[in-house]
Design a protein around this ligand. Sequence first.
Ligand code: TPP
Length: 320
Amino acid sequence: MELTADKLIEAHYWMRLTRALDDRGTFLHKQSKIVGGYFSQIGHEALSVAAGMALGPEDVCAPMHRDLGTYLVRGLTPRRIVAQFLGRRTGVSRGRDANLHGMGDLSLGLIGFISHLPASTPVIVGVAHAFKLKSEPRVAMAFFGDGSASQGVAHEALNWASVFQVPVVFICENNQYAYSTPLSRQMRIEHIADRAAGYGIPGQIVDGNDFEAVYAVVHEAVERARAGGGPTLIEGKTMRMRGHAIHDNMAYVPKELLQTWAARDPIVRFEATLRARGLLDDVRLAAVLERIETELDEAQAFAEASPYPDGAEVREGVYA
Ligand SMILES: Cc1ncc(C[n+]2csc(CCOP(=O)(O)OP(=O)(O)O)c2C)c(N)n1
């Protein structure tokens, strides 16, 4: 489906906001305001934003640690996310974590990220199965990485989804590395999407750094699932442009490989497209960036003024 000019301009805002928020997190970590790890998603903006935009308001998804764009598109505000990073009571997990782990909000159709990878995948298949049993025209979306694809639960989730033809879209973000493990030590096939044939479901490979290509493929899969056509496995080829987490200088990644992917930067490419279509120029870009910086300054001020959680609250919302 072709996106309107307004939707393309909106997508550009989300992608720029995602990167700026990610940069803000890195900065806050360097200032020792974020305690513990910090996961950068730079390079994943087209995948996470396009996948999020392809969903409808009643749909449900389970983003992971490099899907900041999806959380934003679904409606988690920068205020709540920065407060989450800073471990404040106003954060998404109400200060129980200073990271993306556990970051979810069912009212926005966001399943909290489960640290054990990819445990959210069978959960989202269960969500999709519930939609099917209730005959609700809703779709569920799972995200998982190339490393996560090697885990047993990924297979179980894909197989169950296929056998029961539940309305789910699997987005495999193939960013070439899982920690320091390259693809070649993870699998003996070139494309993860080739596994779809083994489940009897459609498998599609897409350039994960091309916003419009991702949107087209994901939108088609979402609407097929909604129409009763069952699951799709989409593999978005991309690159993790930073270390696994902030402590990791990724010395194991060849410099030439990084340079190759830097030349395919999803935002730079999308902006070139928008400029060619007359939808972006220097003045408009400066205005977008200024709006985003103001929003992030305000979000940071809100988060820094927020209290840490009270110890007495620690058992609230915890089920045993
Ligand atoms: C079951 C499990 N084993 C190990 C880990 C530790 N771990 C966290 S992220 C990660 C790498 C995951 O790689 P991938 O799925 O490709 O996602 P990426 O981080 O590259 O985006 C690992 C091993 C985990 N979270 N869960």
